[in-house]
Design a protein around this ligand. Structure first.
Ligand code: FES
Ligand code: FE
Length: 421
């Protein structure tokens, strides 16, 4: 493949049409290589929630595309995203996933860096004579901006501010953060897994309501009748909306868009025992606010290219290779909130997203099968035309019924824009 033409003779621009994308987007290693540069190194990418680095010296490691980075809070509370690469001979300077430190000391020859990335010391400096000016070798720092506690970084100094990139997605992020039930939100732990498939298969899934009744049949059979009815949303009044710049939202349960509204509504059966337990410590209005928040938001927000805010967790995706993707599922808890509420959150999270849960293992089998099936045939297309006929323009973008493929079309429009720029 040249930079613009694939082995099948398609140009990159041809591969994404308004109602379909070419299978090679899942299978072509050259396209994957291009994505690391033109998508992941070329836009805002989510790296952490502020609660994951709460204090001076708190850090979290991760990746932007395939490049290892460390997100760290310095002594002045400023957040830095640093390339995790020693300026001597490239070893990573931090291998822990999350933790606290005073500095980053490279394990290979002992160069040490302060929390803002400055090179502080090198062992036995005499041998360098005057060849090494420490000011020339800080850890490389990326541009960082934050909205609603969500920290994003970019390699680009000249792209739009984060708030402009997020655009109408900001209002949905604000709504999502209401699930603290009056307490600040805190990432309460996460688990990671990989599936043998391309990262965009997962990206598509976050706003794919169409699969829910079928793939999640075993989950639906494991919940009470009232919850099962609530989750019967494919023919319901929800919608999916393209929010621009690749972002989209899928509203499954309109009643649960604003968790601080309708606080007088009856408490669902599944939360009756929790409400009773909370009444020992909280007044009735606060009990209702917490209980309503515990169940999570009734929508999934997809922020291109790597983070989803879904029900009561963050889903982060990390491309590993053209046929392998790592997913992080981070459960959201109430910081300083009632233990019973947070416990209920964790159990709910395990029930669907957990490794032994009734939801995610079924999803990941479907994703794996998409990748496997993509190897059949040599020149075929993935259809994304569901709901296209009824799509309406809105103030924020365009909208269709909840099971439409509008969110996927939004993501691929942005993919095409970045890949062909
Ligand atoms: Fe880091 Fe040598 S590679 S000190
Ligand atoms: Fe699913």
């Amino acid at each position: 493949m040249t930079s613009q033409t694939t082995s099948k003779g398609h140009t990159l621009a041809d591969l994404v049409q308004h109602d379909r994308v070419h299978t090679s987007l899942y299978t072509d290693p050259a396209i994957f290589e291009d994505e690391m540069e033109k998508v992941f190194a070329n836009t805002w990418v989510w790296v952490a929630h502020a609660s994951e680095i709460p204090e001076a010296g708190s850090y979290k490691t991760g990746y932007i595309g395939r490049q290892p980075v460390v997100t760290v809070r310095d002594r002045k509370q400023q957040v830095h995203v640093l390339l995790n690469r020693c300026r001597h001979r490239a070893a990573t300077v931090c291998e822990g996933h999350k933790g606290k430190t005073n500095s980053f000391v490279c394990p290979y020859h002992g160069w040490s860096y302060s929390l803002d990335g400055a090179l502080r010391g090198v062992p036995s400096p005499e041998s360098y004579g005057d060849l090494l000016d420490k000011a020339d070798y800080p850890l490389v720092k990326l541009r960082v901006e934050e909205y609603a506690g969500m920290i994003f970084a970019t390699f680009k100094d000249d792209i739009e501010p984060l708030v402009d990139f997020l655009g109408p997605a900001k209002k949905w992020m604000d709504l999502f953060m209401k699930q603290g039930g009056g307490f600040p939100i805190k990432v309460g732990g996460e688990h990671r897994f990989r599936f043998p498939g391309n990262w965009k298969i997962q990206l598509e899934n976050t706003t794919d309501a169409y699969h829910f009744p079928l793939v999640h049949k075993s989950f639906l059979s494991s919940v009470d009748k009232q919850t099962e009815e609530m989750l019967d949303f494919v023919e319901g009044p929800g919608f999916v909306e393209d929010l621009g710049n690749g972002h989209s939202v899928m509203v499954m349960i309109p009643d649960l868009v604003d968790l601080e509204a309708n606080l007088d509504a009856p408490i669902p059966e599944r939360f009756a025992a929790l409400a009773e337990e909370l009444r020992a410590d909280y007044p009735e209005d606060q009990v209702r606010r917490i209980v309503r928040a515990v169940g999570g938001s009734g929508f999934n927000l997809n922020i291109f290219p790597n983070i989803a805010c879904s029900m009561a967790f963050f889903r982060v995706l990390r491309p590993v290779s053209v046929t392998e993707t790592e997913i992080h599922h981070a459960v959201i808890t109430m910081d300083g909130g009632p233990e019973a509420g947070n416990r209920a959150r964790l159990r709910m999270h395990e029930h669907f997203q957990g490794p032994m849960g009734f939801g995610t293992p079924d999803d990941s089998e479907a994703w794996e099968r998409v990748q496997k099936g993509s190897n059949a045939g040599t020149d075929q297309w993935i259809l994304l035309n569901r709901g296209l006929a009824k799509e309406q323009e809105t103030a924020d973008g365009r909208r269709s019924d909840v099971s439409a493929e509008t969110g996927m079309r939004a993501a691929y429009r942005q993919w095409k824009k970045l890949m062909t720029a």
